[in-house]
Ligand binder design. Structure first.
Ligand code: 1GP
Length: 245
């Protein structure tokens, strides 16, 4: 687990990390990708996550992964389904959508993917994926029974279950483009009781909310849309996280 070790060592050193989510469906040209990637890397993002729920083919995934080769941070696949597996990546978040009503998203895709992952010798990082509030396309496709924004007890129960199942991380997801991200109060509530590192994403568009989430205990902040919509703001968020605001 080279990438998992990189993340855990970096968390031990720096406390808070930032991952940049790049959606191969939304980034159209190589020039655009190079410009975005260079800026994110120079601002200090800690890893690239590559994935999306709709419209991502293996070809697009490979195009993005190979274009990112020169950057010395991990390129981690953020898969929505079994088509998003590639040997060019450094690792893959092996996501189990814990609050899905469909067994396929909890363990079904995983048994199809596992032998391929083994064959490619790709690092799989066991991650509990929990969808909260808005949910968006990921919740719709993944048939998630979303956790209300204010049901902290329920989110805690999923997080604890993931920890007891031996997962490495829990990803608390409000859905890409969520009008409201996961609430900082939910993060601090969970953080008081659990030890598992928390990845938090979905609808994080501003420096202030990113700061409040990290101060509440989010270990890793993921931003996606804001990178494509307002790169300057994304850079401010990264610099804030890296320089402790
Ligand atoms: C979505 O958590 C990520 O899976 C990022 O969401 O695109 O809203 O930043 P945004």
């Amino acid at each position: 687990g080279k990438v998992k070790k990189y993340i855990l060592d970096k968390l031990a050193d720096e406390k808070r990390l930032h991952f940049s989510l790049l959606d191969p469906y939304k980034i159209k040209t190589e020039n655009e990708l190079n410009y975005i990637a260079k800026n994110l890397y120079e601002a200090g993002t800690d890893a690239f996550l590559i994935g999306g729920t709709l419209g991502v083919s293996k070809e697009r995934l490979d195009f993005v992964l190979s274009s990112l080769e020169e950057y010395e941070i991990p390129k981690i696949i953020f898969p929505s389904n079994i088509n998003l597996i590639s040997e060019i990546a450094d690792a893959l978040l092996f996501l189990s959508l814990l609050n899905s009503d469909d067994i396929y998203y909890i363990i079904g895709a995983h048994i199809v993917a596992a032998p391929i992952i083994k064959m490619l010798q790709l690092e799989a990082i066991p991650t509990g994926y929990v969808i909260i509030g808005y949910g968006g396309t990921a919740a719709h496709v993944g048939r998630a029974r979303v956790i209300p924004y204010d049901n902290f007890e329920l989110a805690l129960a999923y997080t604890l279950a993931a920890e007891y199942l031996g997962m490495s991380f829990v990803y608390l997801e409000a859905g890409s483009g969520a009008p409201e991200p996961v609430r900082p109060e939910m993060i601090s509530f969970i953080k008081k009781i659990t030890n598992i590192p928390l990845i938090v994403g979905g609808g994080i568009k501003g420096v202030d909310i990113a700061r409040r989430l990290t101060e509440a205990g989010a270990d890793i902040i993921v931003t996606g849309n804001i990178i494509e919509n307002d790169l300057e703001r994304a850079i401010k968020i990264i610099r804030g996280i890296k320089n402790n605001w």
